[in-house]
Write a protein of this length. Sequence first.
Length: 375
Amino acid sequence: MLINNLTYKFYYDWWKNINKTVLFLMIMLFGLGLFFSLVSTSLIASDKLNTNSYYFFIKHFVFIGIGSIFIIYFSSLNNDNLIKISKILFIIFFFLLILVPFFGTEVKGSKRWLDLPFLPRFQPIELLKPFLIVVLSNILSYENNKNIYFKYFLSFLIIVPVIFFLVTQPDLGQSLLTFLTWLSLIFVSGVNIIIFFLFFVLVIFSLIAILYIFPDKFGYIFIRLKSFFDPASGNNYQSEKASEAIINGGFFGKGIGEGTLKNRVPEAHTDYIVSVISEEFGVLFIMFLMVIFLILVYQIFKKLYFEENNLIKLILVGSISIILLQTLIHIGVNIRLFPTTGMTLPYISYGGSSIISTSILSGIILNLTKRRINY
């Protein structure tokens, strides 16, 4: 009886203080992702894998179920426990990221996944990103050290090895996403704008230099860039088919199940899910999807406006930045605004690591946007 009362009180307090608008938007996005997983993968499972046509849908549903547990857990922690647990998990997943070049599973020329006996195949960087944001925000908001440039230097020492191990996989998309998220944290923390842009230019030139120094390691990047700037050069089959799918779908789409991109492009339900949706449901539905993301961003920025705690501000900025940047990169790739990066769309794309990562970020966002109570 006592356990039941405590459980009821826990869920009652959680529901009473949670930001219900933000929670509803997240549930809507996850629900849409589950729906699109069903319509975009059933034929792939039945025709190509010769298995249950709901294979990917069931896996997606299970991942969302597991993700829901993480959402509730991270949204129910108090601030001190959130920081402590995030630091511990950051160390664990950073160690796993280090193991990727040595023990990682190679897929299409890239080692980005670990396949451990106690864990199915997953991407360590996906699970590292939420806790990287918390750790960086904690460093930049540390009040006992007033030297802001020393804080920038410490955060730089954290981000460099993460990007280094991403580059060695190689994973240009996640490297760029991690770097831009760090820059967003630096920018809002009050850095001198001139120093900010000088550093940005220096890093860009350094990355270009690395590409030229190690052409064998990063040859695929040159191929993607060449095909992006010169479509006639070939090597752009996927992006061409994705663009064609968006054009063929028009404003209202060809109808549910009528799209062909999901059968013509590998991993369309992850890297090109926007094109799959656009082909079957139309560009108007993509616009509706983007409106949901923008409302989510707006709701979080409303919280930022009234928040006085710098740590909470930075974590929320980092969390929403990584979601927004990843969304923009994914859409940009689908409409040929950017070269192919293999970036998933948060909440929507199929993929266990991506769903769990987004769930953890969602739990942290819900934690820091809820009504504060005294513990």
